[in-house]
Structures are given as C-alpha cells and as structure tokens.
Design a protein around this ligand. Structure first.
Ligand code: PMP
Length: 358
C-alpha cells in the first residue's frame, strides 16, 4: 500500500490514524458484532457514538452554553437555503458579504426566500474588502459571509464586527483549522468533507434564541428547532459520516487541540506562500493579508505547461492540484490532515519542475 499526499479541495485528505481506526473497527465496532454502517441510529451503541462526537466537538471548539450543535444532511449548499428559511423570520432581508463563488451562491439561494442585500462584493475576488466599507442594511435578519472561499483561496483572518446583527458564516473549508470564538456568531455551518470527515454530514452550530420561526415551506428535516429537539435524529442521520467526524474531532484533541492545529496550518501555508513569492515562475494573486491557509492557489508563468505539471505531480504522489475550472491554474488544499512533509514534497516538486521545464 502506498498513500499519496492528496491536495484535493474536498472530499479531501483525512488523518491516517482515523482511517486506521475505522479500518480496525469496520467489521465489529467494539464488540458489538456489527459495523457502524449496520447499526440502528436508535441503538445505544450508535447513540454513544453520536453523543461523544458532539461532546468532543463542543470541547475542542469551546462552544459556549446557549448554542445547539446539529449534525445535518444536505451539505453546505443545503444550508444556503436552510439559513434564510430558518432565520429570516419576520424580516425581509439579510446582508451578504460576497468574497468568492460560494458566497455568491449563498446569496443567490437566499434571494428565493427574501432579499439578499449585497453589503460588499469586490470586483475581483482577490481580497477582503475593509469592514468600514460594507454597506449594511440596518434591518437585516443576519449578515452572512464565507470565512474561507475554497475556489479563490481568499480567507478572513479576523471575525468582522458588525454590531448587533447575528453573524452567519459558511465555515466549510476552514472549519476547525484554528481556535474560534463561537460566541461572536449567531450561526456557523460547515460541510464535513474538508477538515472534519467524509462527505454526507454538515455541522451547524446555532444560537438557541435564533431558531423556532421557520418559513412555512421549510421541510421539517431542515428546521433547526425540530432537528435540535430531536438531537439531530428527527430522521435517519448520516450515521457513518457522523461516526468518522467524531474520530476526527478526537484526533484534533489528541494532537493538542485547535491552538496546535492552527500553528501548524499557519506554518504550512507560510512554507508554500514563501516559496511562491521567492521566484517568478509561480504566482499567487491574492492580497497577502487575505491569503487562505487552507487553499493555496497559484498559476504557472506558462499555462501551456499546466497539464505536464499536473501529470508529473500525480506521478510523484501529489494528486488533486488542478485549480477549480472557473479560475484555472493550480490549487493546493492543505487542510488539517495534510502533514508538513506533504507541503514540503510539493515545494520540492515545484522547484524541480522549474529547474527542468521553467
Ligand atoms: N461552501 C464552501 C465554502 C465550499 O467550499 C463548498 C464545497 N466546496 C460548499 C459551500 C458546498 O458544499 P456542499 O458540496 O457540501 O454543498
């Protein structure tokens, strides 16, 4: 068996100890005589898996009292609709700060249920516009933003202060990448398949006072209040993904928690950006203060070499580097589970490619 350094944007690399534990427990979960895939979600074994996953997530993220933690289906794209359908309540509009393609999609989906007021949107998605320049709607139900835009590689390295309006954030591609003050948010959501586990489960952390006023057409399975009252088991949850995310949370804890994970992520990103900035062949167009720690995009000086670069990288055990089709070039996704050795191997490959083909 040989494992590669997988730079895919998501589904993405998972911590090897987690995969090994899954393998070990696959046929017989801790003496139960069955796989987690085969368990009833009402069984006490699965209930213990579910409860422990939530408790570990609350612990590593230091989720304050007064917040519900939900394990849902429908992906982050589902949340683009569930957020306005749950939170608009008696308001007409919500503010959207659009710093990339995913924020744009979130705003478009909201517009089906209310007014998605664009509070800020730069012409090019290469930086975070200054908060002072945002045009806020004083009557917005919430302000939505995307802390990390996975496609463009643009990240907020701060939590915007917008006064009283609840902050809602799509953390999908930077969830659990560093410590986070959850108390600053009304709601955060994240699909698991980047930093937290396999596809199929979406975490929602929501302030209790914001829920309970659903849009009349909101399906019950996506009503935060109803889901919370049923401990995310209003219907059959994505059991296996929930189980694996629980193991990833424990892995984070055993690695030293989010403070340690954050240090490593900052260091890995610096390694790659420093190399990109040190020479003329590769280029990253993002304003330095807004560069993502998770998704590092770069172009080659000669785009005709893109195909050869990707082929050679895959051969060298570095797959998944093709940039999103809408922006082209390359993208190295270096989530929590990517070891520094993987980033170093990429830098070495990039250097060698310039030496032989540049
Ligand atoms: N938001 C962000 C920031 C993402 O990166 C993605 C997936 N790449 C999505 C939303 C959509 O997620 P899903 O496919 O789970 O709906």
């Amino acid at each position: 068996m040989s494992r590669v350094f997988n730079f895919s944007a998501g589904p993405a690399i998972l911590p090897e100890p987690v995969l090994r534990q899954v393998q070990e427990e696959l046929l017989d979960w801790r003496g139960s005589g069955m796989s987690v895939m085969e368990m009833s979600h009402r069984d006490k074994d699965f209930m213990s898996i579910a409860t422990e996953a939530e408790a570990t997530l609350r612990e590593i993220l230091a989720v304050p009292a007064g917040y519900k933690v939900l394990f849902m289906q429908g992906g982050a794209t589902g949340q683009f609709a569930f957020v306005p359908m749950n939170l608009l309540h008696n308001k007409v509009a919500a503010d959207y700060v659009v710093t990339g393609a995913w924020g744009q999609k979130a705003a478009k989906e909201c517009a089906k249920y209310g007014k998605a007021h664009i509070a800020a949107k730069p012409e090019k998605f290469t930086s975070i516009p200054a908060v002072a320049s945002w045009k806020l709607d004083p009557d917005a139900a919430y302000l939505h933003y995307t802390p990390n835009e996975t496609i463009e590689g643009v990240e907020f390295h701060f939590i915007p202060d917008v006064g009283k309006v609840p902050l809602v954030a799509d953390f999908s591609s930077t969830f659990l990448s560093r410590p986070l003050d959850v108390s600053k948010f009304g709601l955060i959501y994240a699909g698991a398949q980047k930093n937290a586990g396999p596809a199929g489960v979406t975490m929602v952390i929501v302030r209790e006072d914001l829920i309970g006023h659903p849009h009349p057409l909101l399906p019950s399975a996506f009503d935060y209040k109803a889901v919370a009252e049923n401990e995310s088991m209003l219907n059959t949850p994505p059991c296996f993904s929930w189980y694996v995310t629980g193991l990833v949370f424990k892995w984070i804890k055993s690695e030293g928690g989010l403070a340690e994970i954050g240090k490593r992520n900052e260091h890995k990103a610096k390694l790659l950006y420093d190399y990109i900035d040190s020479q003329p062949f590769y280029r990253n167009p993002i304003e330095k203060s807004s560069r993502s720690w998770m998704n590092v995009i770069f172009t080659l000086a000669n785009a005709e070499l893109d195909g050869d670069f990707l082929k050679g990288a895959a051969k060298a055990g570095l797959p998944g580097l093709k940039g999103h089709r809408s922006v082209g070039g390359m993208r190295a996704s270096i989530y929590n589970a990517m070891p520094e050795a993987g980033v170093q191997a990429l830098v070495n490959y990039m250097k060698e490619f310039v030496r032989t083909r540049g």
